[in-house]
Design a protein around this ligand. Structure first.
Ligand SMILES: [Zn+2]
Length: 472
């Protein structure tokens, strides 16, 4: 497939870039062999080009989802965990069910999650998978890469796992068998040798990502793990400061704050991304900002688990790299980047407004510019690609990969908009996805994935949820 496409007549094109470059003046995009070669107005069809008419549509870069647990796509709305906070929820849902995952179930869950994401305009998926035990009968990493390839999306494995059993699990009858450090590192090395690509426009990448750096490995191994990752030239990722329990644990066990602990162990910097960062002190934010550390911001999951609202705008001001992830669907009930950006756009205003005080002591009304539509799009596209190391991906400009979503705002929800360009973010909902392109290849057309039997997928999902319920 040559992937030569001419997109014409778009109502608006948002580039994923920040500031005055956020909106393109162009209405047309020319794509040759998967790369954007021209943007302008009145471009004419050349030999071998397929023309896509984007009249009344808005075009965004494909979303880059920087933190997810695809296996949880079959664990949405589990009643025992629906009103629980992070620690009991971990025990009631992911820890309880993860033993039920075999190759077939992981494959189904990954497929559902990836399809959901694609239908929300996502073209790059980073999955923090952590179900690894010694002597497994299948290779979960290979399954995930395989499903991503079949659907035609970019995929990064944030290779999780643990070499110790965390305290939360020590009394559980079904605690996971931890890996040995050598076993884990050898597997990361094998997986990276097979799947880790550098730019431009890599399709697959790998990161070293022990599930939660403070509890999943021995503290004395953490620095060594960082050095191995940097020696291999792969980025690092982990969960961090998702709830107050992280602070309580680090203060008690290490006598310092979680980010201070990470800094001491060489786990900060532009090649490190941390999921959540909901509870941070000012000192910790300064450390992350100065070091240019990345943040996978997951506001819907954080809200669902009552973790709090991470101060992403402040982290960005201080120099950290803010990106967006949906987190696992067991704590979000969806894998929808559109609803994530919509919620993100709203919630920072709510947070800022909640902190205002009447004059003269306070500043009066404030905070409605806490996160603009262009800013959250920038986080969820350009920043995500940059943080994960997908060079040449994440923005719509000449020379970049043609990863883009064409949204048709043909629904009453979007009627009456004075600025259609921000409709998908500001009005929420799910506009009809006319086309989704990855490297110029059409992976969604007319809101459907060509060749996908949705009725069969629905039936498989329903049957498997019933099996899961009867298994535990
Ligand atoms: Zn997570």
């Amino acid at each position: 497939m040559t992937n030569n496409v001419l997109i014409k007549n778009a109502h608006a094109i948002l580039t994923g870039k920040s500031g005055t470059d956020a909106r393109s003046k162009a209405s047309d995009i020319r794509i040759k062999q998967g790369v954007i070669t021209e943007m302008g107005n009145g471009l004419t069809q050349q030999d071998g080009e397929r023309v896509l008419d984007a009249r009344d549509c808005v075009i965004y870069p494909g979303w880059v989802n920087t933190h997810h647990h695809l296996f949880q796509s079959l664990l949405k709305g589990v009643p025992s965990g629906i009103n629980q906070t992070l620690s009991p929820w971990l025990q009631s849902v992911p820890y309880l069910y993860r033993h039920s995952f075999n190759e077939e179930r992981l494959r189904l869950a990954a497929r559902i999650g990836m399809i959901e994401l694609m239908l929300s305009g996502c073209t790059t998926i980073a999955d923090h998978h952590y179900i690894y035990t010694p002597g497994m009968a299948y290779d979960p990493s290979a399954v995930l890469f395989d499903e991503a390839e079949a659907l035609g999306v970019r995929f990064m494995l944030l290779r999780g796992g643990a070499t110790v059993t965390r305290k939360l699990e020590t009394n559980a009858s079904n605690q996971a068998q931890p890996e040995t450090l050598d076993g884990m590192l050898a597997d990361v090395e094998r997986t990276a040798a097979r799947f880790h690509q550098n730019g431009p426009r890599p399709r697959t990448r790998v990161a070293m990502a022990p599930t939660t750096a403070t509890v999943s490995v021995r503290p004395e191994d953490l620095k060594y793990i960082a050095r191995i990752a940097r020696g291999m030239g792969i980025p690092m990722h982990t969960h961090m400061s998702e709830s107050v329990s992280y602070m309580e644990y680090c203060r008690e066990k290490f006598g310092c704050l979680p980010i201070e602990f990470l800094a001491e162990h060489e786990w900060i910097g532009p090649d490190v991304s941390l999921a959540h960062l909901t509870h941070l002190t000012d000192t910790e934010m300064q450390i992350l900002g100065k070091s240019g550390t990345g943040m996978a911001h997951c506001p819907q999951s954080n809200a669902r688990l009552a973790d709090g609202i991470a101060n992403a705008p402040m982290l960005e001001k201080l120099g950290a790299m803010v990106t967006l992830g949906v987190d696992g669907a067991a704590s979000n009930e969806a894998a929808d980047m559109l609803s994530e950006v919509h919620f993100c756009w709203l919630v920072h205003r709510a947070k800022a407004g909640a902190a205002t005080r009447p004059r003269p002591e306070g500043e009066g009304e404030a905070g409605a510019d806490s996160a603009t539509a262009e800013q959250v799009i920038h986080w969820a596209t350009a920043n995500g690609a940059k943080m994960l190391g997908f060079e040449g991906v994440g923005t719509l400009e000449v020379g970049q990969a043609a990863d883009l979503a064409v949204y048709d705002l043909d629904a009453p929800r979007y009627f009456g908009l004075h600025d259609m360009a921000i409709g998908p973010v500001a009005s929420g909902g799910r506009p009809r996805l006319k086309w989704l392109l990855v490297d110029g290849a059409i992976v969604v057309e007319d809101d459907a994935i060509p060749g996908l039997d949705m009725a069969a997928l629905r039936a498989e999902a329903r049957a498997d949820v019933l099996r899961l319920i009867s298994d535990v």
